[in-house]
Design a protein around this ligand. Structure first.
Ligand SMILES: Nc1ncnc2c1ncn2[C@@H]1O[C@H](COP(=O)(O)OP(=O)(O)OP(=O)(O)O)[C@@H](O)[C@H]1O
Ligand SMILES: O=P(O)(O)OC[C@H]1O[C@H](OP(=O)(O)OP(=O)(O)O)[C@H](O)[C@@H]1O
Length: 232
């Protein structure tokens, strides 16, 4: 077994990844107990399944420790600066859709656009003596997006979960987070700024450009691509 394929070990992307491959004639199964992170691929020779956290797959691909990997396009773009030099996109998989957005309290009736946010941020700093706080785990994507749109007087504060709660808990004034149904934002009295999303994410099959692609690995990849009806 030589070609290593990293797939999410749990969470919302795992089952749909198994279904996506199965629908294309590549059956994957978790071997061992439910919490044992081992897996096998049937229907094609030479592939080793590596079950990993979705958020660690970008790093493993960039380090060349896995040849292929499935994860959210948001995680790759945020965790790898210059991601497309290190990874190639093989297929958008059509699930795991979510938008990375910026949201502010619904009660901020004068703040609807990025320009409004910029004005509110300057006013906030003048009034409070510190910069308006935006809670997020997507530091690179949000920083680049706000820079591109000329929003300056803010600071990012790290939130690795329950991000929408930071406003109520008074540890941030705004949030930048992933949303799909919008329920969590509504429940926390937040509204999305009316601008394009920072990123529209979906589960994606990536290829590492840095992994050791031996002749044998390339053969296995071509067999897999033929089976999946994809180009590499
Ligand atoms: N509410 C949502 N609806 C759809 N997709 C989402 C939602 N929240 C996050 N995602 C997507 O799911 C992916 C992350 O999956 P998940 O939340 O299962 O992993 P994780 O939190 O990184 O897992 P782990 O705890 O193993 O690191 C991201 O690409 C993200 O865009
Ligand atoms: O638009 P919605 O359908 O309401 O989904 C959005 C929520 O889903 C994700 O959180 P997750 O469930 O991964 O939990 P977390 O807060 O621990 O990250 C995301 O961070 C939002 O909080």
């Amino acid at each position: 077994m030589t070609l290593k394929l990293g797939i999410p070990s749990k969470g919302r992307l795992m089952d749909k990844t198994f279904d996506w491959f199965a629908a294309r004639g590549v059956a994957m199964k978790q071997t061992g107990a439910e919490r044992e992170y081992t897996g096998a691929v049937e229907g094609i020779e030479g592939i080793e399944l590596v079950l990993l956290s979705a958020s660690e797959i970008p790093r493993e691909l960039a380090a060349g420790r896995i040849h292929l990997g499935v994860t959210g396009s948001d995680l790759v773009r945020d965790k790898l600066v210059g991601w497309d030099r290190q990874l190639g996109e093989i297929a958008l998989m059509g699930f795991g859709h979510a938008d990375l957005i910026i949201a502010v309290p619904k009660a901020w009736v004068d703040v609807d656009t990025l320009d409004d946010l910029d004005a509110a941020a300057s006013a906030f700093r003048a009034r409070h003596g510190f910069r308006l706080r935006i809670a997020t785990k997507y530091h690179h994507l949000v920083h680049d997006f706000l820079k591109m749109h000329g929003v300056a007087d803010y600071q990012l504060v790290d939130s690795q979960g329950a991000t929408e709660g930071t406003v109520r808990n008074l540890t941030a004034e705004a949030v930048a987070d992933i949303t799909s149904t919008g329920e969590t934002l509504r429940a926390n009295h937040l509204k999305i700024l009316s601008c394009e999303p920072v990123h529209k994410s979906q589960a994606t099959l990536f290829k590492s450009r840095t992994a050791p692609w031996l002749e044998e690995d390339r053969m296995i990849l071509s067999n897999l691509m033929a089976k999946l009806d994809l180009d590499d």
